[in-house]
Structure formats: C-alpha cells, structure tokens
Design a protein around this ligand. Sequence first.
Ligand SMILES: NC(=O)c1ccc[n+]([C@@H]2O[C@H](COP(=O)([O-])OP(=O)(O)OC[C@H]3O[C@@H](n4cnc5c(N)ncnc54)[C@H](O)[C@@H]3O)[C@@H](O)[C@H]2O)c1
Length: 258
Amino acid sequence: MGGGRLAEKRVLVTGAASGLGRRIAERFVEAGARVLLTDIDGAAVAAVAQTLDQPAAPLDVTSASDWVAALEAARAAFGGLEVLVNNAGIGPGGTVEETEIETWRRCHAVNLDGTFLGCKLALPLMRETVARDGTLGAILNLSSIAGVIAAANMAAYNSAKAAVRHLTKSVALHCARTGGRIRANSLHPAFIDTPILDNFALPGLDRAGVLAKLGRQIPLGTVGEPDDVAWAAVYLCSDEAKFVTGAELYIDGGISAQ
Ligand SMILES: NC(=O)c1ccc[n+]([C@@H]2O[C@H](COP(=O)([O-])OP(=O)(O)OC[C@H]3O[C@@H](n4cnc5c(N)ncnc54)[C@H](O)[C@@H]3O)[C@@H](O)[C@H]2O)c1
C-alpha cells in the first residue's frame, strides 16, 4: 500500500452512486484507501466503482440481510474493515401536516434505521479488524444542518437527522468503552449541490435559480460543493482525528453561527 492520509484504511461507503457518497469515495481512494462502494442502485454504483478500480456491492441500508452480505463482501475483498461512512439518505420535504405517514416512515427508515443498522452490524467486523491488525477505525454519519436547525417544511427530515446526530454520540461512547480504537462522528452540511436538491423545486425557477435562492440564505452567499464535505470526511476518518469522537462538524457556510 502506498502513502496518503487514508493509507491502509479499508472503507465501506453507503449511497456511493451519487452526490456526496461518490465524492467521498473518490477522495478516499486518492488518499490511499481501499473502498467498497455500495448503493441501493447496484448497477449505478458498480459503474462508479469501476472508474475508481474499486469493488462495489448492492446495499439497501434498510435491509439487515443486505448489510450482512455487503460486510461479507468487504471481508472477502479487503480482509477487514476500518471505516464506515453512513452516507445514504433521502430528503423529503413537507410540513408536519402535509407529511404522509408512509413518507415519515421511509425517511426514518433510510436516514435513521439505515445508520443504526450500519453501526450495529459493521462494528463486530471493525473491532475484529482493528484489534487484529493494530489499526484505528472510524464511523462517519451524514446528518445535516437540518438535524440541528429546524424548518417548517422538513418535518420528517429534521426528525430523522436530529436522531442521527444523537445516535452518533451514543455510538461514540460505546466504541470508546469497547476497546477505544474506533471513533464515531457526525457531519452536518447545509445545502450542497447534489441531486438531492432536485427536491427543492420552486415555482418559476430553474435549478440554477433554486441554487441561487438557497445560497442567499447562507452567510457565505452560496450553496456548497461536494468537496466541501468530502475533505471533512477525509480528515474525520483519518488518524489525524484520532482524539476526535462524538463530535459534530457543521459544514454550513455560517448558517449556524447566526
Ligand atoms: N446535498 C445536501 O444538500 C445535503 C445536505 C445535508 C445532508 N446531506 C446528506 O448527505 C447524504 C448524501 O446526500 P446527497 O446529497 O449525496 O444525495 P444524492 O441523492 O445525490 O445521493 C444519495 C444516494 O443514496 C442512495 N440511496 C437512497 N436510498 C438508499 C437506500 N435505502 N440504501 C442505499 N442507498 C440509498 C441513492 O441511490 C443515491 O445514490 C444524505 O444522507 C443526505 O441527507 C445532503
């Protein structure tokens, strides 16, 4: 293995066919990691993985059996796992009154249950790996600034992402108690230009107009780019952050400073 900030890290990323998960996987590979790219869209993620010369596996994060199979694929490809990035997510809008119970449940199933299952099912393999190989591990959960600051029209998403934030702290404390070689942190981006923002259709505005309008809500005056999140992920999953656990990093252009 060569050098790099993530040299010798074996990684599983969920939702890696698109947006932030894809960019995180790309930056991780550049930094020397080996990455198993996973997504509910197995064909799309296989195509992305091929461009990076890395393995891929289909993984619906709401399915425990998919998790078991993907973790077996990581073991088969890499012999172990140090890093888990729980990135897969969906972002339905709607006020509490508009939100159908099916939408509420699906939002929590993907964003929250998917993160829970990932932490629960990956930790045994991660603990085994770091103990055997003397490496350090990390879990990174994609929450959102919406998990900290509410909006009237994001009831389900606000709830699910707030829960991801707090779950991460519980996971961090559990990992600290059980060997201390694995950390867990959450990331909280504001609007980042990925396909998830296609949900923000506004009457009379094309996509560029929507992004400009969203950008005006941010002190730095613009929406973010996938790399703004990916570089934070590189840091938090590397041993540079070996004393950082249970932390929440805001990547929000200053929204939460107001
Ligand atoms: N882009 C933003 O503005 C923003 C801001 C804050 C937080 N986030 C969070 O970042 C994460 C990534 O979002 P993105 O912007 O890249 O969105 P995206 O829509 O571009 O990508 C999400 C990926 O997750 C996959 N996915 C959806 N449901 C899945 C499931 N059940 N199992 C596995 N994969 C599934 C999709 O196929 C897709 O490839 C999400 O958790 C999102 O909530 C995004």
